[in-house]
Design a protein around this ligand. Structure first.
Ligand code: GTP
Ligand code: MG
Length: 459
C-alpha cells in the first residue's frame, strides 16, 4: 500500500549535538534532493546507495544555505517504516532543524502526526501491534529492568505467546464449525477435547495476567511513604536510600515539616519515595499542617516503611501511628540498632506486629538497608514475574482484551454440555476476536489510531 510522504523533527527540542529531521514515503529521496546541495557536486541523493551518509547543505529556493548537514538514505523495504526514509542530521538546536523541516515541507511533504513513523512500520508489516507498543515502552522505560521487559516485547516474544493462544482457539473454532457445517461427516463436537483446549487457554490467560501485573510494576513504579514518630530516622533513611543529603537531619524532634519526595530505583523498580513529618500532637501550627500532610501521604502510599527507635523503645505514639496505617504493605524498621541501650525486644515486636515484616538495622551504620530493599522487592512483586520462563509485560489494552477473552471462555466452559453448538461458536469467536486485538488480527481502526497517538512526534 502507498501512503503520502511525511516528515518531522525526530529529536527533542532544545540544544544538543545534532537534531534529526526524518522523512518517510515513496518519493522522499527525490524531494530531499531538491533542497540538498552535496559538497561533492556529483553526489545526488537520488543516486546514493542505501545506508550511506552524504555531506552537504540544505538550501532554500534562492540557493541560500540554511545548515550544513549529513543525510542518511534508507531504501524500502529495509527501513524503520518499510518505506524510503531520509534522515537529515542538522546541527543541534531548534532553529536549524525547524528551518530545515520548513524547506522539506515545501517540497510537498506533510507534517507527520505523533507516532506516525511507527504506525507506518505497523501498516507496512515491519512490526506487529505488540511490537509497536513495545517501542513506546522502550521510550518510557525508567529503569534497566523496565527496558529489558520492553525489549522482550519488541523482539516478538510476547507475540509468540499470544499467537499460541490464538492457535488453540482457532482449533476449537474449527472443531465447532466442522460439527455445525458437516454434522453427518464430523459428528458431534468432541466436548472433552474442546474443553481441554479452552481450559488450557484459560490457565494461560490467568498466568499472563498475573505475570503482566507484576511486570507492570517495573513500568508504573510504586509510591513508598516513610513514617514514624519524630526523630526515629525517617529523613536519614530517605537520604541513605537516595545516596544524597536531600532532607535536613537533626537530633531535634520535628525537624521535617513538609513532605519531601524523590525518585529512586530499587531493584529495577521505579520508586517515588516520600519522607514525612514525624507524627505527634503539637501546638506548632506549621508542624501540625505537616503532620496532617503526612497522614494523607501514608494513606496514598502503596507501601509504608514504619520506623521505630530502639533507643526510645515502643511508645504510645508508635502504637497510635501503626494503628492509623491502613495498608497491607508495611515494613517495620527498628532503627538505631548501633546504640548500646536497646529497648525493643523480639517478643514485643511479635505481639504488636504479628506477621508484618520486621527488619532490625541502623540507617547510620548502613545495617539492614540491603535487606530493606530486598523486602520491598519481594512485597511488591509477591512472587515471580515469569510466564513460562519469560518475563512479560502486559499493557492495559492487552489486559482488557485478555479479560474479555476470559469472560467469553468461562461462559462457554460452564455451559458447553448444554449450549447449542452455534452459541459455543459465538463465544469462541468472541474470545478469538479479543485475542486478535492483541495480535493485531482484529484491530479496529480507531484502536490503531489510539495506540499511536501516545507516541511523540517524529517516532
Ligand atoms: N545512632 C543512630 N542515630 C541515628 C540513626 N538514624 C538516624 N539517627 C539520628 O537520629 C536523629 C534524627 O534523625 P532524622 O533522620 O532527622 O529523624 P526524622 O525521623 O526524620 O525526624 P523528624 O523529621 O523530626 O520527624 C539524627 O540525629 C540522626 O543522626 C541510626 O541508625 N543510629
Ligand atoms: Mg525528618
Amino acid at each position: 500500500m502507498l501512503y503520502d510522504d511525511i516528515a518531522a523533527i525526530a529529536t527533542p527540542p532544545g540544544e544538543g549535538g545534532i537534531s534529526i529531521v526524518r522523512l518517510s514515503g515513496y518519493n522522499v529521496i527525490s524531494k530531499a534532493n531538491k533542497i540538498f546541495k552535496a559538497y561533492k557536486k556529483e553526489k545526488e541523493l537520488t543516486n546514493q546507495a542505501a545506508y550511506t551518509l552524504t555531506l552537504g547543505w540544505i538550501i532554500d529556493e534562492e540557493g541560500n544555505i540554511l545548515d550544513e548537514v549529513l543525510v542518511t538514505i534508507m531504501r524500502s523495504p529495509h527501513s524503520y517504516t518499510g518505506e524510503d526514509v531520509v534522515e537529515i542530521n542538522c546541527h543541534g538546536g531548534s532553529i536549524p532543524a525547524r528551518r530545515c523541516l520548513e524547506e522539506v515541507l515545501k517540497t510537498g511533504l506533510r507534517l507527520a502526526e505523533p507516532g506516525e513513523f511507527t504506525k507506518r512500520a505497523f501498516l507496512n508489516g515491519r512490526l506487529d501491534v505488540s511490537q509497536a507498543e513495545a517501542v513506546i515502552e522502550i521510550i518510557r522505560s525508567k529503569t534497566d529492568k523496565g527496558l529489558k521487559l520492553a525489549l522482550n516485547q519488541l523482539t516478538g516474544k510476547n507475540s509468540l505467546i499470544f499467537n499460541r493462544l490464538e492457535d488453540d482457539l482457532i482449533r476449537v473454532n474449527a472443531m465447532v464449525e466442522a460439527s455445525l457445517d458437516f454434522p453427518d461427516d464430523v459428528g458431534d463436537l468432541d466436548t472433552a477435547e474442546a474443553l481441554g483446549l479452552i481450559n488450557n487457554v484459560l490457565i494461560n490467560i490467568d498466568k499472563l495476567l498475573l505475570a503482566g501485573e507484576r511486570a507492570n510494576i517495573y513500568r508504573e513504579g510504586i509510591d513508598i511513604a516513610i513514617c514514624g514518630k519524630p526523630n526515629v530516622g525517617k529523613s536519614s533513611l530517605l537520604n541513605a536510600l537516595l545516596k544524597k543529603e536531600k532532607a535536613i537531619v537533626t537530633n531535634i524532634p520535628g525537624t521535617t515539616r513538609d513532605v519531601i519526595e524523590d525518585f529512586i530505583n530499587i531493584k529495577g523498580i521505579p520508586v517515588r519515595l516520600r519522607d514525612t513529618a514525624g507524627i505527634r500532637l503539637t501546638d506548632d501550627l506549621v508542624e501540625r499542617i505537616g503532620v496532617e500532610r503526612s497522614r494523607q501521604v501514608i494513606l496514598d502510599a502503596e507501601l509504608v516503611i514504619f520506623i521505630l527507635d530502639v533507643e526510645t523503645g515502643i511508645t504510645v505514639e508508635d502504637k497510635e501511628i501503626f494503628k492509623a496505617i491502613d495498608n497491607n504493605n508495611v515494613i517495620v524498621l527498628v532503627n538505631k540498632e548501633d546504640v548500646e541501650a536497646k529497648r525493643i525486644t523480639d517478643g514485643e515486636l511479635t505481639d504488636l506486629f504479628g506477621d508484618t515484616k520486621i527488619i532490625r538495622g541502623s540507617v547510620k551504620e548502613d545495617i539492614g538497608l540491603e535487606e530493606l530493599e530486598k523486602t520491598i522487592e519481594d512485597l511488591v512483586l509477591s512472587g515471580d514475574v515469569l510466564y513460562d520462563n519469560e518475563e512479560i509485560m502486559i499493557n492495559l489494552r492487552q489486559k482488557n482484551a485478555l479479560l474479555k477473552a476470559k469472560k467469553y471462555l468461562t461462559d462457554t466452559l460452564v455451559l458447553i454440555e448444554d449450549l447449542p453448538l452455534d452459541c459455543i461458536g459465538v463465544d469462541v469467536w468472541g474470545a478469538l476476536e479479543a485475542i486478535g486485538e492483541i495480535t493485531g488480527k482484529s484491530l479496529k481502526e480507531e484502536v490503531i489510531d489510539r495506540i499511536f497517538t501516545e507516541f511523540c512526534i517524529g517516532k
